[in-house]
Design a protein around this ligand. Structure first.
Ligand code: NAI
Length: 334
């Protein structure tokens, strides 16, 4: 099948080409992100392949449809960037990769938590400058602390287990569909208010939906325990960044580690080291010593890339052959 692969990076190309030796699709690798300006590049391609920050709204879908595209393959799990109702109306199938390596994201989450809690990021910068002083690097022991895990699906459940069984934390979870197996292991399911009241660390692993948007906002921060540490490896808009900045300035928040950012489109995945960043909120965030930001790399392991490529190309093969699509997305409520 002819596939236009948008937002291609070297690592995408390598993993897709390696997997494609088994599928034989005709892959055209394009560097731009898909949006209303770049959608003409997809003209004539029956399939397009996109990632988290490509824009697949109704306007883009209508242009894709007019150009002959019939399937959009997301090489990721989250799909908040796709208008599924518009895709269904236009008869465009949307497939995703529901799980490629939840362990990759969960391990990175724990890595961020430890790095921030123990000031590893600051220590690394200091020792490179022959500064071996320890002032300002006092951390907190993770053992025995109360961690709130929001969303206990594939990724959140691994994080909760690692914290409970590996580090001896008290783990509170908030999920409309509690994971009974986790609860049997001593993890407690609580409501949002209790999680905010009791957690010393909150790790976000729920999808971005209208209900979860700004899960961490001014009110949540006001309610939280002083010194709360927040880790977000899910989706940026789960956090109201402006409220978080106020929480950091007032010292109500003890630290924030983010792999995702509300306005990350146009920032993340690009080398902007020679540019002047125009996003003042993001730039302010980077100035805090107790903020650690990575550029949406929690998923980025060799194993995850191989699994993403395999599932994406298999779904496109199924679409081409008219077979049922195991990973097709439907609009909410259908
Ligand atoms: P999943 O679908 O297995 O689990 C999501 C969980 O969130 C489910 O248990 C669901 O019941 C729960 N949930 C739904 N609504 C909720 C609400 N209002 N409040 C609390 N919990 C709620 O998803 P998975 O695979 O664990 O991924 C979680 C998120 O991680 C994805 O939605 C995606 O946005 C993000 N992600 C980030 C990556 C990165 O590289 N930073 C890579 C992969 C995923």
């Amino acid at each position: 099948m002819r596939v236009a692969v948008f937002g291609t990076k070297t690592y995408d190309r390598q993993s897709l080409e390696a997997a494609n030796t088994r599928f034989g699709h005709a892959l055209t690798f394009l560097e731009p992100r898909l949006d209303a300006d770049t959608v003409p590049l997809a003209h004539g391609f029956p399939a397009v392949c996109v990632f988290v920050n490509d824009l697949v709204d109704a306007t883009v879908l209508e242009a894709l449809h007019a150009g002959g595209t019939r399937v959009v393959a997301l090489r990721c799990a989250g799909h908040n960037n796709v208008d599924l109702a518009a895709a269904t109306r236009l008869g465009i199938a949307v497939v995703r990769v529901p799980a490629y390596s939840p362990h990759a994201v969960a391990e990175f989450t724990i890595g961020l938590m430890l790095a921030l809690d123990r000031n590893i990021h600051r220590a690394w910068a200091r020792t490179r400058d022959n500064n071996f002083a320890l002032d300002g690097l006092v951390g907190r022991t993770l053992h025995g602390r109360t961690v709130g895990v929001v969303g206990t699906g594939r990724i959140g459940a691994i994080v909760a287990r690692a914290l409970r069984l590996g580090f001896g934390c008290e783990v509170l979870t908030f999920d409309p569909v509690p994971d009974e197996a986790l609860l049997a292991e001593g993890v407690r399911s609580v409501d949002r208010a209790t999680l905010l009241d009791q957690a010393e660390i909150i790790s976000l692993h729920c999808p971005l939906t209208p209900e979860t948007r700004h899960f961490i906002d001014t009110d949540a921060i006001a309610r939280a325990r002083p010194g709360l540490m927040i880790v977000n490896t899910s989706r940026g808009a789960l956090i109201d960044t402006t409220a978080v900045i106020e929480g950091l300035k007032s010292r109500k928040l003890g630290g924030v580690a983010l792999d995702v950012y509300e306005q990350e489109e146009g920032l993340f995945f690009e080398d902007l080291s020679n540019e002047i960043i125009q996003d003042d909120v993001f730039q302010r965030l980077l100035t805090f010593p107790n903020v650690l930001v990575t550029g949406h790399q929690a998923y980025l392991t060799a194993e995850a890339l191989a699994a993403i490529a395999e599932t994406t190309l298999a779904s496109l093969g199924d679409f081409e052959a008219g077979r049922p699509l195991a990973h097709q997305l439907s609009p909410p409520g259908t």
